[in-house]
Write a protein that binds this ligand. Structure first.
Ligand SMILES: *Cc1c(COP(=O)(O)O)cnc(C)c1O
Length: 456
């Protein structure tokens, strides 16, 4: 037994106090990065033979290192895809760590995996996939997309005709960079449909008709996006499903960002057709208010994922106990040892109920509409396109790309807001524009007004 160490107890209390303080305070600092050399000069050597002591190290964290981060939950952090994990989820993230659960196998993690699967059942129910569909939590959308692509490819290659072929997938230019990156990892080629707005069934049809014989033979999957990261555009899932079914192609929907909006009645119809997907990616750490990291991959037929990913030999056969046999998350994605990262989401869902999730997502959608209205009423700015999901693209009339960069820098420097520019295809050129992405339901109309005013 360990002797109970007074210093350790104090340390534990300090850490808990810090964690509680962090999630209770309403005004966070937005924080900003510093150069490595600057940080090194501030904190010195931290990993030494004898250790610098927990109290000292923790002070370095609080004084210098914590401030060199840009937390995503600030209500005026509208850059990239921000996040806003619930307090319940964050507190249970601590419990997840403290519980030391190996989340690969039911035998070791039954209780935790049970909770994950409760949360997963809700997510699957939002998709409308048929009975038997199920999923697993991953480290994020990238790992989910990779797991799905590998499942699709392995399933395709079961047919001897394709054994020696390098696979090909079709997606659109709006697809997330991780699709291209993961196609590389899986060693499949990718064909990008250059659609200005959403990828339609007709455009997909045309692209397939224009493939040469060998390309068509290599084509095994289509990746649609359920809410592009840049503009919140949802592809024509119904039309794409139609083509995939006719052509016998694996239909993957990447809804890493947009998936949370499946819970929102006001926009659910935009996702019609998603229930015909073979696999879907959704990131609870984006719009389902989970702490990092938590992604999810869902399969219409999980057995196909198991055939592609299962690493288990006879490992489980040694356990006679019936309770040891159950759902093994490792079988359905690329990772073996894993954190039960769906556990914080489960606790938050159980605490608040799914209606609160609906409301919080609807608020993000509403903020985008409000921002759109304010932009229309403001003579200095104009919408690039109507807000879609919680993304708003707009331009400051008369601004050059440097003006956006400077404005972003100034606002961030002051600790006021983080709103970053993006690029939008305008004919043959890419225009630099400003972009909001709303996730945090605590963002206010006044926050938006202040940000727009700062462009005057
Ligand atoms: C964010 C995002 C990803 C990548 O997800 P990570 O969790 O960052 O790995 C993939 N696809 C889309 C559409 C995204 O928005």
């Amino acid at each position: 037994m360990h002797k109970i160490d007074i210093e350790l107890i104090e340390m534990t209390l300090d850490v808990m106090k810090y964690a509680i303080g962090r999630i209770s305070s309403t005004e966070h600092q937005i924080g900003k990065p510093k150069k490595y050399e600057e940080l090194k000069a501030l904190v010195g050597d931290t990993v030494t033979e004898k250790g610098i002591g927990g109290e000292y190290a923790f002070n370095l964290w609080k004084e210098h290192l914590a401030k060199a981060n840009v937390p995503v939950d600030h209500p005026r952090n509208l850059a990239f895809v921000p996040a806003s994990p619930t307090r319940a989820a964050i507190m249970f993230d601590l419990v997840t760590s403290a519980s030391s659960i190996h989340g690969a196998y039911w035998m070791e993690g039954a209780g935790g995996i049970f909770c994950e699967n409760e949360a997963m059942s809700w997510i699957v129910s939002l998709t409308g996939l048929p009975e038997g569909a199920f999923g697993v939590f991953t480290s994020g959308g990238t790992a989910a997309n990779l797991s799905a692509i590998v499942t699709a490819r392995e399933n395709w290659r079961l047919d001897d005709t394709y054994k020696r072929e390098k696979g090909l997938i079709i997606t659109s230019i709006g697809a997330h960079s991780s699709i291209k990156a993961m196609a590389k990892v899986a060693d499949v080629d990718i064909l990008l449909v250059d659609s200005e707005e959403k990828l339609t069934g007709a455009a997909l049809r045309e692209t397939i008709d224009n493939l040469n014989f060998h390309q068509r033979k290599r084509l095994f999957s289509v990746v649609a996006t359920g809410g592009t990261t840049n503009a919140g555009i949802i592809d024509d899932l119904e039309g794409i499903a139609e083509v995939c079914e006719k052509e016998n192609l694996w239909f993957h929907v990447d809804a890493a960002y947009g998936g949370g909006a499946l819970a929102a009645d006001s926009v659910r119809h935009l996702f019609n057709g998603i229930e015909r997907a073979d696999s879907i990616t959704i990131d609870p750490h984006k719009w389902m208010f989970s702490p990092y990291d938590c992604g999810a991959v869902i399969y219409r037929n999980p057995e196909l994922a198991k055939a592609a990913h299962s690493q288990q030999g006879s490992y489980l056969d040694i356990f006679k106990d019936e309770g040891a046999h159950g759902f093994n998350p490792t079988d359905y994605q690329i990772q073996l040892t894993r954190r039960v990262r769906g556990l914080p989401l489960w606790f938050s869902l159980a605490t608040h109920g799914t209606d609160r999730y609906k409301e919080a997502v609807e608020r993000g959608l509403e903020l985008a509409q409000l921002a759109g209205k304010m932009i229309k009423e403001n003579p200095n700015v104009e919408l690039v396109r109507e807000p879609s999901l919680s993304c708003v693209l707009y331009r400051r009339i008369g601004w050059e790309p440097e003006d956006y960069t400077h404005w972003t820098y100034e606002n961030h420097e002051k600790g006021f807001a983080l709103v970053t520019p993006t690029k939008w295809k305008n004919g043959d050129t890419f225009e630099t524009v400003s972009r909001f992405c709303f996730i945090n339901p605590d963002t206010t109309e006044n926050d938006i007004k202040m940000i727009l005013d700062s462009m005057n």
